[in-house]
Design a protein around this ligand. Structure first.
Ligand code: ATP
Ligand code: MG
Length: 369
C-alpha cells in the first residue's frame, strides 16, 4: 500500500573523524522534515565501517554492514574515512568496497552556490563514471634498453559503463528539471532547457575517449524520452577553463572517472569550502549519500565541522529515492541559513558549532517551498 511504500530504512555509517559529527547532524535534519502524506517515514540503523574500525577489529567493512545494507536498507549515508598516508597491510577503503559490492556505478556531485550571496553563481551537477578509466589500477613497470624505468597504466573505457553513465546523466537532467519546479523562481539559477555536457579528450585519445563520446551521444540519439534535453560537449582542458570563467554555463556534466574526479574538486573550490559539497554514489538499486570531504582529523571531535555537506547528501539520497519535494525542502533550509549568514562554522568564516548550524537548518519556519 501507499503507506507502506513510504517507509524507508536508511543505514548510517559515520565511520571516522568528523563523520561521527556530521552524520548525526544529517539524521537530525531528516527527522525534522514535516510529516506529510507523501513524505517518507524513516527507520535508521547504525552500521560500522572505517579505518578506526579496521585498527580495532581488523576489518574496514564488516560483512554484517554489507549484509544489513543489502537486506534491510533502501539507502545509506556514509560519513568519511581516514586514509592512512602509507600502505597498511590488509586495509582497503570501505567506501571503494561499498561502491563495488553494491554496483554504485556513478558518483553524482551537485555544486551549487547560494543565489544572491555575492559569490560566483553556479548550479551544476557533475556525474563521474565510478567503475573504470585509469582507476582499474592496471599498472606495470618495465626497464628500457638504457636500464631506465618506464611505467605504464591501462585505461579501460567500455560501452557498457559509458552507456550507464550517460543514461544517468540524461535522467538526472530531467530529474533536476522536476526539482526546479519545487524551487521559487527567484532562487533558480538555471532557467533554460535541461542540458548535458559530455567531457572528453577525443581529439587526442580517439579510441578510448572516442568510444566514451560516441556512446554517451547515442544515449540521447536513441531515446525519445531525452528529446527535451540539450546536449553539448567540452574537451576536458577547455572544460576546466570555462568552468572557472563561466560556471553558470553548465547544468549536468558527465565525465569519465579521472576527469570527473579532477573537475569536481575544482568545482568545489568555486563554492568556498569542502564542508559544503555533497555527493551520492548511485546504482540502479541503491544509493549512498556521502559528503565530498574526508575525515578532517585536524578538527574532529571539536564541534567545528561544517555539517552542510552531509545534510545536503541526505537531500541527494532522498532525491534519488524519489522524494524530490522533501529533498527540495532540505536544500531550501540550508540555503536560507547560508543566505542569512549569521550561523556558520569556522571553515566559512563563522563561529558557530556543528550543532548550532544543524539546529538552524531544522528550525521550524525556515522557509519551505
Ligand atoms: P582524509 O584523510 O580523511 O581525507 P584530510 O586531512 O585530507 O583527511 P579532509 O577532510 O580532506 O581532511 O579535509 C581537508 C581540509 O578541509 C582540512 O583542513 C579540514 O579541516 C577541512 N574540512 C574538511 N571537511 C570539513 C568540514 N565538513 N567542515 C570544516 N572543515 C572541513
Ligand atoms: Mg582528504
Amino acid at each position: 500500500t501507499a503507506v507502506q511504500s513510504n517507509k524507508v530504512t536508511i543505514g548510517l555509517i559515520p565511520a571516522d573523524g568528523i563523520g561521527r559529527e556530521v552524520i548525526p547532524a544529517a539524521r537530525q535534519v531528516l527527522e525534522s522534515l514535516p510529516k506529510s502524506e507523501s513524505s517518507p517515514r524513516f527507520d535508521f540503523i547504525h552500521l560500522d565501517a572505517g579505518f578506526e574500525h579496521f585498527q580495532k577489529h581488523g576489518v574496514a567493512l564488516p560483512d554484517e554492514t554489507l549484509a544489513r545494507l543489502r537486506g534491510e536498507c533502501q539507502g545509506a549515508l556514509f560519513g568519511a574515512v581516514s586514509s592512512p598516508s602509507h600502505r597498511v597491510a590488509g586495509y582497503s577503503s570501505p567506501i571503494v568496497a561499498l561502491r563495488k559490492h553494491l554496483d554504485l556505478y556513478a558518483n553524482v556531485r551537485p555544486v551549487t552556490s547560494v543565489a544572491g550571496d555575492g559569490q560566483k553563481q553556479l548550479d551544476m551537477l557533475i556525474i563521474r563514471e565510478n567503475t573504470e578509466c585509469l582507476y582499474i589500477k592496471q599498472e606495470r613497470i618495465e626497464t628500457d634498453a638504457n636500464g631506465l624505468k618506464v611505467a605504464y597504466a591501462d585505461r579501460k573505457i567500455s560501452e557498457y559503463a559509458s552507456r550507464r553513465a550517460g543514461q544517468m546523466a540524461f535522467n538526472m537532467a530531467l530529474m533536476r528539471d522536476k526539482l526546479r519546479a519545487n524551487t521559487p523562481a527567484s532562487q533558480r539559477l538555471w532557467q533554460g532547457k535541461p542540458k548535458v555536457t559530455i567531457v572528453h579528450k577525443s581529439n587526442v585519445l580517439s579510441v578510448t575517449d572516442g568510444l566514451w563520446r560516441e556512446t554517451v551521444r547515442s544515449v540521447k540519439e536513441n531515446n525519445p524520452a531525452f528529446a527535451g534535453v540539450d546536449m553539448d560537449e567540452q574537451l576536458v582542458d577547455s572544460m576546466v577553463y570555462r568552468m572557472f570563467r563561466e560556471p553558470e554555463a553548465f547544468d549536468v556534466v558527465v565525465a569519465p572517472n579521472l576527469y570527473g574526479d579532477i573537475i569536481s574538486d575544482g568545482a568545489a573550490a568555486l563554492v568556498g569550502s569542502l564542508g559544503l559539497v555533497p555527493s551520492a554514489n548511485v546504482g540502479d538499486n541503491f544509493v549512498v549519500g556521502e559528503p565530498v570531504h574526508g575525515s578532517a582529523p585536524d578538527i574532529a571531535g571539536q564541534q567545528k565541522a561544517n555539517p552542510i555537506a552531509a545534510i545536503r547528501s541526505a537531500g541527494l539520497l532522498l532525491e534519488h529515492m524519489g522524494y524530490s519535494a522533501d529533498a527540495a525542502r532540505i536544500y531550501q533550509a540550508v540555503d536560507s541559513v547560508l543566505r542569512e549568514g549569521q550561523i556558520k562554522t569556522p571553515d566559512i568564516g563563522g563561529k558557530s558549532t556543528t550543532q548550532e548550524v544543524t539546529d538552524a537548518v531544522c528550525k521550524p519556519g525556515t522557509p519551505s517551498p
